[in-house]
Design a protein around this ligand. Structure first.
Ligand code: MG
Length: 381
């Protein structure tokens, strides 16, 4: 039941290393399963999305966020006749390249690398994980994923300049990625914009009044919920509004992709690739709501002083450990010391840190830099 513009698994450009086909799972299903069985995927459980466990242990972490993205992306894919197996594999792998401590960790690691003339990018790191760092198979390094999954890792959210990244030439940077990959970026946005309103409200960092005022579309759905359920507790009306917001964004995305595909007269995957712009977009009205929601979250949640202890920890823990291993590479695990013979030490230290969970990097920090400096890792109730 695939649409004519969907990716077909039997037309996959295949894996780096030949493998016989599996008796009852196709190649994209196998890739999805390889991601699920990877170390990097398991570590998502102990990586911060926005909130550390200082706030609550039922808030999203990177793993539960990832599962929410997969749910949303599969729903959209099914409606559009896109390849659901490829979409699921891409959704499950989309955040494996993130370092500990969420966005603050990424910023700190990038800053540390820039001091050594380089940079950190989570999509490029994710590609290194699946191509090299995961060691599960006797015959090759990495997960030996199909071309389409590797391409989606690189191209789902960002257009890389072919002149700046000649090593990515095989991914046809001048072409758009398939709709299955384009979809991941906005499914990700829908997932975190709604989830962060939810967790921010539960953490008492966002008030109902501030959300209704700052995110008018949420305010409209809240009024509807209040009208329908006037006597239930506030949180249940909040949930109703949030559910309607999520549904509203997903519904708009489905209908707008259909409209874009029709408007550009897209009849094949090749035409998706050759199209000068991405076809997975919200309608202009919902795009405005999306950007209002995001602006609100930046101003009132991501940049709020309440999350400063976590940000300060991320900055201090990552920069101090980075400098420590640069000065004392003999303290790195022997496999990383080995790697430093072939690659710049800064890249090796960066890879080591990027793979860590929040818990593990705190342990390393306590081991090398002492306990007293850590703020956010302590339970404050
Ligand atoms: Mg994400």
């Amino acid at each position: 039941m695939l649409a004519e513009y969907a990716v077909r698994v039997e037309q996959s450009r295949g894996r780096r290393f030949f493998e016989p086909s599996h008796p009852y799972r196709n190649d994209f299903q196998r890739d999805r399963d390889r991601v699920i069985h990877s170390r990097a995927f398991r570590r998502l459980e102990a990586k911060t999305q926005v909130f550390t466990r200082r706030y609550s242990d039922h808030f999203r972490n990177r793993l539960t966020h990832t599962i929410e993205v997969a749910q949303i992306a599969r729903t959209i894919a099914l409606q559009l006749g896109l390849n659901e197996d490829l979409v699921e594999a891409l959704a499950l792998v989309h955040d494996v390249g993130h370092p500990p401590f969420g966005h603050a960790g990424e910023k700190a690691l990038d800053a540390a690398m820039r001091a050594h003339g380089s940079f950190f990018d989570h999509n490029l790191h994710a590609l290194r994980i699946v191509e090299d760092f995961e060691m599960r198979y006797a015959a090759f390094r990495g997960l030996n994923l199909t071309f389409e999954v590797r391409e989606g890792i690189i191209k789902h959210s960002h257009d890389y300049d072919a002149r700046q990244f000649p090593e990515l030439a095989e991914y046809m940077l001048e072409q758009r990625p398939p709709l299955e990959a384009q979809l991941i970026d906005l499914a990700d946005e829908i997932a975190y914009n709604t989830a962060d309103l939810d967790d921010g409200y539960e953490a008492h960092l966002l008030t109902l009044e501030s959300v209704c005022a700052g995110v008018p579309v949420f305010g409209r759905f809240y009024d509807e919920a209040e009208h329908t359920y006037p006597s239930v507790m506030e949180k249940l009306k909040f949930n109703e509004a949030l559910k309607r917001l999520l549904d509203h964004m997903v519904g708009d995305l489905i209908s707008n992709i259909q409209k874009q595909v029709q408007g550009a007269a897209i009849g094949s995957l090749e035409e998706v690739r050759a199209c000068p712009h991405r076809l997975v977009t919200f309608s202009p009205a919902v795009e405005l709501e999306r950007s209002e929601t995001k602006k609100f979250l930046y101003a009132n949640l991501y940049f709020s002083a309440a999350l400063d202890p976590e940000k300060n920890d991320a900055e201090r823990v990552i920069s101090e450990l980075f400098d420590l291993w640069m000065a004392h590479p003999e303290n790195l695990p022997s496999s990383y010391q080995e790697k430093a013979r072939q690659e710049p030490l800064s890249r090796v230290v960066c890879d080591y840190i990027a793979g860590m969970t929040d818990n593990y990097i705190y342990e390393q920090y306590e081991k090398y830099c002492g306990k007293d400096n850590v703020v956010a890792n302590t339970e404050t109730g």
